[in-house]
Ligand binder design. Sequence first.
Ligand SMILES: Nc1ncnc2c1ncn2[C@@H]1O[C@H](COP(=O)(O)OP(=O)(O)OP(=O)(O)O)[C@@H](O)[C@H]1O
Ligand SMILES: [Mg+2]
Length: 274
Amino acid sequence: MALIVLCSASGSPGVTTSALGLALTWTRPVLLVEADPTGGSAVLAGSFRGQVTPAESLIDLAFAYRSGGLVEAIPAVAMTLPDTGVTLIPGTLAHGQSRSLESLWEPLAAALKGLDGLGQDVIVDAGRLGLAGSPEPLLYGADLCLLAVRTDLVALAGARSWAQTLRGGFEQQGAGSALGLLTVGDGRPYRAGEAAKVLQVPAVASLAWDEAVAGVFSRGQAQPRRFDRTPLVRSLRSTGEAARARLRATSESPDTTERPGTESTRVPGAGRSA
Ligand SMILES: Nc1ncnc2c1ncn2[C@@H]1O[C@H](COP(=O)(O)OP(=O)(O)OP(=O)(O)O)[C@@H](O)[C@H]1O
Ligand SMILES: [Mg+2]
């Protein structure tokens, strides 16, 4: 149904943790794609503590694309995360491989949106903006791009110019409503609405601050008691609901400007090294 991309501007606000948590609490079949150009599978190394070895990774999709078989390769490369209904396309083994993915992003965005027909949503961990090999065409091709940010002054200062760049990029292609803010740790110290005002990006949802539960997703820590009822898991569910509501609203009243392809869209200033 939708391509949802999570990214960050600075620091490590919790993109990977939030993307995995969202996928695990998503109410429809979902494919999680690790497109962070830093490389490595943070999901398999973190939440699954390195106990699951991927047979293939994103780089195999680049090879498949070159030989004309991208669409067929997606379900073959995707692996089911043990004991979950989530499928995963693991990240590249090393950051150097991300260069080989540059020509993959555009066709991959189109192919992932095509999963719509199979009733499958896609959540992408795009990592930090501006890294060499950053999957910008996926970002700008997304039905919903969530900029993840913490709400302290340092985080907001680091996100401000990237928020402006993203806003400009989305508006340029008539898709301004596809960009939203995901605050991690609402009220620490600023509220989501305050962050949205500073960054001039609409707040879509907010995740609770909970180090113990975040550690389950990011480092495979043991689940605390009443895990399903913890504030973070509940806020992951409400974030999923807010994201789906936003997607419905956008599809019912799309931006009036025609949205061109993503071919020429690049984040200005991209290219700081991984
Ligand atoms: N909602 C949260 N509450 C408390 N801690 C969190 C939350 N989300 C993430 N964290 C913690 O923040 C740290 C960074 O998280 P994560 O690796 O997901 O960030 P990231 O944005 O993907 O970073 P990077 O850009 O380095 O990949 C981890 O220790 C994680 O457990
Ligand atoms: Mg990450």
